[in-house]
Design a protein around this ligand. Structure first.
Ligand code: SAM
Length: 203
């Protein structure tokens, strides 16, 4: 379900001809620190099968796999050659992947397209299945989002302690220093068919 040409240019439009920084910037390439995914697993019952539709360097996928989940990994860009089930724009999917019809969707999407990721997930998921997105707490505000939150009341798992900073892909490998985070994050969980209330948990 490609939104429009502009969407494609902003996301899948990142081409191999572009420099690494440019591509990374367009696609919002950040690695999720392991404790963030473990916190979701400790607080929410994730389905055995999971689709990670923006898998990047597989930081979320690897933790899920280590913890016994079967993960279908896709991304719009092939960051790590030959490690994905498909290279595709998440917006282009018309249905859940074959064999993963009853899966949950878990990811850390590009923040500026987070609402599109929620809406696309809710279109694709089977009744009772969930989408869990790791996002800045700032996602809570905004008038467009208010309408979405009323339609799909989320359960929000707010980190009471800051998670380790999310670094851009290859930041450390390129000689960058690790440092602590100045941002608050939460897991926003949307369950297909759940009508509310919206609940916040402090984790
Ligand atoms: C913030 S990174 C997160 C990577 C990984 N999920 C993690 O948590 O470590 C965002 C990822 O979204 C991917 N992405 C951006 N737009 C996308 C789209 N339309 N469809 C699928 N993946 C997309 C990027 O290529 C990048 O890998």
């Amino acid at each position: 379900m490609a939104k429009d040409k502009a969407w494609a240019a902003r996301t899948a439009g990142a081409t191999s001809k572009e420099g690494w920084d440019e591509r990374n910037d367009k696609l919002d390439g950040y690695n999720t620190p392991e404790p963030a995914t473990l916190a979701l697993l400790n607080n929410f019952t994730v389905a055995k099968k999971v689709w990670e539709p923006a898998s990047g360097y597989h930081c979320i996928s690897d933790v899920l796999t280590k913890n016994g989940h079967e993960v279908y990994k896709t991304d719009v860009h092939e960051w790590v050659p030959d490690t994905y089930d498909a290279i595709s724009d998440f917006m282009s999917f018309k249905q859940m992947p074959s064999g993963y019809e009853d899966a949950d969707i878990i990811t850390n999407p590009p923040f500026r397209y987070a609402q599109e990721f929620v809406e696309q997930s809710m279109n694709l998921l089977a009744e009772g299945q969930s989408c869990g997105l790791l996002l800045r707490l700032q996602f809570m505000e905004g008038q467009k989002r208010k309408a979405m939150f009323q339609k799909y009341p989320p359960r929000v798992y707010t980190f009471s302690k800051r998670i380790p900073r999310m670094h851009m892909f290859n930041h450390v490998e390129n000689g960058g220093k690790t440092c602590s985070s100045t941002l608050c994050f939460a897991w926003f969980v949307f369950t297909k068919g759940y009508t509310g209330p919206s609940i916040n948990y402090w984790i």
